[in-house]
Design a protein around this ligand. Structure first.
Ligand SMILES: Nc1ncnc2c1ncn2[C@@H]1O[C@H](COP(=O)(O)OP(=O)(O)O)[C@@H](O)[C@H]1O
Ligand SMILES: [Mg+2]
Length: 289
């Protein structure tokens, strides 16, 4: 009998190791942080939750993290109990569009190693503002340059869109982490995201960008047969390594959030904290325990 599927399944592990090596190289560069776009054009998949809690796991290892809340809804901002800047004043939008130093906006969170660049509601107009400049793709990268040498990792908590603002954020990143949930359209979403990454990198003439991995969020078990199939396909993606999954853990995550803390700092010994430590290690950002 011929095995017709032979050769169609690529072992993703060598690829995961190669990506971890690249992360290690970037972490050893002088002064320049590793910049990661936490993305998916779908909302409610866990982007913000994963950003906050991955930051917690990195901070625990002594890494200095800057979270940039790129979503006008400002969920990462409010999660850290940080006030959203007045949209009529100096905001992230102003800093990006007018190429001004964003340092005055940055807030120290309750976690010593985590700083936050908050979002404000005027960022809802940022994508059209970036289009108007005609050079929008370069502007997030420029906004982040003054933070080189001050932080080790920058996490961009993106809004659910594929638009000029998310394109500019992607163009500023070394890597993307694609956040998905177990949903019938999840693979289609991943394909769309990768196609968009390719388009952006062609425009900015870069070949060094990569997807660091997938995080499957809001996982419920046991699963029905249909969800199981989607889940298995996501877990065995031929080119994108799985960084980890986060089961539904409403109590830990909500209580931590209520205190304005990542779960790793709020309840270090709970299993939820462990999921995020695993993700940080699988991504090569910290050494495995
Ligand atoms: N693993 C999880 N367990 C329980 N609730 C979760 C989990 N991940 C996310 N949530 C909740 O789901 C909702 C959407 O998550 P969020 O991180 O805001 O997604 P996104 O940023 O992609 O829109 C939020 O209310 C969040 O608290
Ligand atoms: Mg969000």
């Amino acid at each position: 009998m011929t095995n017709t599927t032979a050769g169609t399944f690529l072992d993703p592990r060598p690829r995961a190791a190669e990506l971890r090596d690249r992360v290690a190289d970037l972490m050893n560069r002088d002064g320049r942080p590793v910049i990661i776009a936490m993305c998916n054009q779908k909302g409610g998949v866990g982007k913000t939750t994963h950003t906050i809690n991955l930051a917690g796991a990195l901070a625990e290892h002594g890494l200095r993290v800057l979270i940039v809340d790129c979503d006008p809804q400002g969920n990462a901002t409010t999660a850290f109990k940080v006030k959203r800047p007045n949209p009529a004043g100096f905001t992230q939008s102003t800093a990006v569009l007018e190429v001004l130093d964003a340092h005055p906006l940055v807030v120290q969170t309750q976690v010593p190693n985590i700083q936050l660049l908050p979002a404000s509601i005027d960022m809802a107009l940022l994508s059209s503002g970036l289009r108007d400049t005609g050079m929008g793709l370069t502007l997030y990268r420029r906004m982040l340059e003054p933070f080189h040498g001050e932080v080790d990792v920058i996490l961009l908590d993106m809004r659910p869109a594929l638009d000029t603002d998310t394109d500019a954020q992607t163009a500023a990143a070394d890597f993307a982490i694609i956040n998905v949930d177990v949903d019938e359209w999840a693979m289609e979403g991943v394909r769309l995201q990768i196609a968009q990454h390719k388009k952006i990198m062609k425009l900015v003439d870069r070949d060094d960008f990569d997807v660091l991995g997938l995080i499957i969020g809001r996982v419920t078990k046991p699963m029905g047969a249909f969800d199981r199939e989607v889940y298995d396909v996501l877990r065995q993606h031929p080119t994108i390594p799985l960084l980890g999954e986060v089961p539904i853990r409403s109590a830990d995550l909500k209580e931590a959030r209520h205190e304005g803390l990542p779960v790793v700092q709020f309840r270090p010994r709970c299993d939820t904290a462990g999921f995020f430590r695993d993700i940080a290690a699988n991504a090569g950002l910290v050494k495995a325990a």
